[in-house]
Design a protein around this ligand. Structure first.
Ligand code: DC
Length: 202
């Protein structure tokens, strides 16, 4: 039996870092489902049609470093409103969840749509300003030339689109544990997530 952990939340709340650490702690596989939408977004920026790009997605496409740019993040959020794009990506995510001893999937709709029966669900949040500052620091550390105001506007625009779309909007599952990381260090947030999941296992 595979143990599935669903970790959802808005952009830059810390779910990627938490998910990686949780997966390493429990020896589970990890899938950052945002990369699927980013890979489709990148293909659309290069001229492809969103639905065809989603249907033709190859796992190798997820390894491209250029998927981490703000332009690709925006394109990902735009293709993510298309129900047929989401449908084309759901089987890949469910198959990933079912493999091995356990899997951690992070995204926007894992606990609500992709894996509604997940064994543990977390919804990771933080204030928009805190999230934008963290994302700004990450991009600067990668050597990107970005302005804080642009990053704040970008995070808010993506939040609004992710929350208000008709297909699988960003919303906590009824049975998700809410983890607000605004005033936590990354180590505290990871420890809290591990404690919640360990509790669900016992
Ligand atoms: O997690 P991220 O910032 O890499 O995600 C990029 C975009 O992809 C995000 O703005 C919305 C979309 N996305 C989604 O709709 N559903 C998911 N499960 C993951 C990401």
């Amino acid at each position: 039996m595979s143990f599935t952990v669903a970790i959802d939340g808005p952009a830059a709340a810390g779910k990627g870092t938490i998910s990686k650490a949780v997966a390493a702690h429990f020896g589970f596989a990890h899938l950052d489902t945002g990369l699927l939408y980013r890979a489709v977004g990148a293909k659309v920026l290069a001229g492809a049609s969103p639905i065809e790009a989603a249907r033709a997605l190859d796992p190798v496409d997820l390894e491209d470093d250029s998927l981490r740019t703000p332009a690709v993040a925006q394109a990902a959020s735009e293709v993510a409103v298309i129900a047929q794009v989401r449908d084309a990506l759901v089987d890949f995510q469910r198959n990933f969840a079912a493999r091995g001893q356990g899997a951690v999937l992070d995204g926007r709709d894992i606990g609500t749509v992709v894996c509604p029966l997940a064994d543990a669900k977390l919804f990771v949040t933080a204030s928009p300003e805190r999230r934008a500052t963290r994302r700004f620091d990450e991009l600067v550390a990668k050597g990107m030339d970005v302005a804080l105001d642009d990053v704040i506007a970008d995070v808010k625009e993506r939040d609004a689109r992710d929350r208000n779309r008709a297909a699988s909007p960003l919303v906590p599952a009824d049975d998700a544990y809410m983890l607000d990381t605004s005033d936590l260090t990354i180590d505290q947030a990871i420890a809290a997530a591990i404690a919640i999941i360990a509790d669900r296992m016992s």
